[in-house]
Every structure is written in structure tokens, then in C-alpha cells.
Design a protein around this ligand. Structure first.
Ligand SMILES: Nc1ncnc2c1ncn2[C@@H]1O[C@H](COP(=O)(O)OP(=O)(O)OP(=O)(O)O)[C@@H](O)[C@H]1O
Length: 294
């Protein structure tokens, strides 16, 4: 496996009885990349990611994560062989699962300090608590945190070991808009420091804001992988120019040359064009087309 590849998947397959959750999936994630997996409910994202994390067995295919087969690493750590590839590999991978974040009577600071003890080169717990915006809650018991604050704690536990590769499963579900923006900044900082990030999300704006590349998965297959602005040839999609006639009727026209059309409209109206908008398909429009909802 070449050094710049963090994840390499070939022919991955996983079925639950007759239900094929992941079918012949190929995927490469480069080191230092932020990769977003998008797909409707039940598409196979969690199954794929949990196989990459070593938490689920696969039926077929090759998987390498940081140069290690996570299936073999999981078996190694189950055998508790001290110093084995499994434990070493696990300490290089950070995982933020959907909704843990509650540790009975322990405080935020106690939990983060405790988890720091599991890693050979853990980050400073107080710094990490501040970084996820929980400094004001460091002494709060985790069961008193709000939903969004629990997710922040999950993120703190995912990054405390200074992972080379971080998996985030729907990381901002339940965040208020300000918390989401702060979280995006945190992800950008981690990416800038060289952390490879794989996230699943249902928020198209999140994928667009964070991801270098997006993979769309539908019915267990990877339908397309592309940078967000190129997905589904989005950059070549026609623009829609809309305006209002002097009678107030809404008109619109799809155009490959919207500037020329707007110039013509400006001449026609001798100045301001009433209700003028120029739009191109959003990532969400393209995504919905891709998964067959339009
Ligand atoms: N433990 C399981 N046992 C049986 N079937 C499962 C199991 N886990 C997932 N599945 C099935 O596999 C398919 C893919 O599920 P998966 O959880 O991977 O989808 P997902 O893309 O993560 O969905 P969501 O966006 O809803 O989280 C679904 O049909 C689901 O019902």
C-alpha cells in the first residue's frame, strides 16, 4: 500500500442474511484528506465504516486501514497480545460513534483524563476539553450535559489519542448552528494538522463545507466519488435565471450563458431586472438526483 493511502478497500461485501448491505465496494481515502460518505438511511454507510474500524466482520473483499487489515487487528486485540499490531493500530485510529457521551456520575474532565490514559501519546485533556468548547462544563457530570454537549464530549474522546485517522459518524446531529460552525473549525484544524478524516453525514452543507471528496453510497454501492463541486458534473450544470415580467409573472430560463442572458434582460428592462435570481443546482439537488429521488 502506498504511503499516501490511508484506506484502501477492494470488493467489499457484507450481507445480513439475504439483505446485501454492502456490495462490491471499492474505495481509496488519501492521507490528510477529509472524506465524507453520504447516502440515504440504510445505504450501508455504518456497515462500511464499522468494517473499516474493525468492529464488524466482512463477507468478502480486501481492506487496509493505515496499512493494517482491521479484521485481523480486531482479532489481535481480542487475544490481548500486548504490544500487538491490533493495539498499536487502534491507538492510531480515533472513532466518534453515534451517541455515547454519558458516563454516569463522572465529570467531563474525569472522563477525558481517564481516556487519555489509554493512549501512548495522548493530547493534553484540558486542552482537548477547551478545543471542543466544553471548558465551562469540565466539572459537570456527564449525565447533566445537553445532547449537543454530549456529542462534543464524544468528539473529545475521539481525538484525545491524537489519531492519524479519525472516523466521525454523523458528528453534528443535535448541534445548534453555532456549535456546528465551531465543530467545522475544529475539523479544519485537525485536517490542517494532517489528520485524515472520514465522516458520515446527512447534512449536505456539512459535506460541502468540510470534504475534499464526497462518496455517495446507495443500496450498498458507491455511486460516485468526487469533490463536492464536481459531483454529478455539477460544475457543468446549467444555471437557472429567474425574473418577473412587468405584469409580475415569474419567468425562468435554463442557460449555459447566464451572464449573456442577464445582460439581455438588463437591456430589455432598461436597468434593474425585477426579482432577478441566478442559481445552479445545489449539492443537495445533485445528490437527490443521484440517489433517484427526482
Ligand atoms: N446488525 C444488523 N443486522 C441485520 N441487518 C443490518 C444490521 N446492521 C445493518 N443492517 C442492514 O444493513 C443495511 C445497511 O445498514 P447501515 O446501518 O449500514 O446503513 P446506513 O447507511 O448507515 O444508514 P443510516 O443513514 O440510517 O445510519 C440496512 O438494510 C440495515 O437494515
Amino acid at each position: 500500500m502506498s504511503d499516501d493511502v490511508a484506506i484502501r478497500v477492494r470488493g467489499l461485501r457484507k450481507a445480513y442474511g439475504d439483505n446485501v448491505a454492502v456490495a462490491d465496494l471499492d474505495l481509496d481515502v488519501h492521507r490528510g484528506e477529509v472524506f465524507a460518505l453520504l447516502g440515504p438511511n440504510g445505504a450501508g454507510k455504518t456497515t462500511t465504516v464499522e468494517i473499516l474500524e474493525g468492529y464488524r466482520h466482512r463477507d468478502a473483499g480486501e481492506v487496509q486501514v493505515l496499512g493494517i487489515d482491521p479484521g485481523a487487528a480486531a482479532r489481535g486485540s481480542a487475544a490481548r497480545t500486548v504490544g500487538n499490531a491490533g493495539r498499536d493500530w487502534r491507538s492510531r485510529v480515533g472513532i466518534v460513534l453515534q451517541g455515547t457521551g454519558e458516563f454516569d456520575e463522572l465529570t467531563v474532565a474525569e472522563v477525558v483524563h481517564h481516556f487519555a490514559g489509554f493512549y501512548p501519546d495522548a493530547d493534553d485533556p484540558d486542552k482537548v476539553i477547551a478545543r471542543v468548547g466544553l471548558a465551562g462544563k469540565a466539572r459537570a457530570r456527564t449525565h447533566t450535559l445537553s445532547g449537543g454537549q454530549k456529542r462534543r464530549l464524544d468528539v473529545a474522546l475521539g481525538i484525545i489519542g491524537r489519531p492519524e485517522l479519525l472516523f466521525l459518524d454523523e458528528p453534528t446531529t443535535g448541534f445548534d448552528p453555532e456549535a456546528r460552525r465551531e465543530f467545522w473549525e475544529l475539523i479544519r484544524d485537525l485536517a490542517a494538522a494532517g489528520t485524515t478524516i472520514v465522516l458520515t453525514t446527512h447534512y449536505l452543507d456539512e459535506a460541502e463545507a468540510l470534504a475534499d471528496r464526497v462518496g455517495v453510497i446507495a443500496a450498498g454501492r458507491l455511486v460516485e466519488v468526487a469533490p463536492p463541486n464536481r459531483l454529478g458534473n455539477r460544475q457543468e450544470a446549467l444555471a437557472t435565471v429567474s425574473w418577473r415580467t412587468p405584469e409580475g409573472k415569474l419567468e425562468s430560463e435554463r442557460s449555459a450563458t447566464p451572464t449573456a442572458l442577464v445582460t439581455e434582460l438588463a437591456a430589455r428592462f432598461a436597468g434593474e431586472v425585477p426579482g432577478l435570481t441566478v442559481t445552479r443546482p445545489t449539492l443537495e439537488d445533485i445528490y437527490l438526483q443521484m440517489i433517484g429521488h427526482r
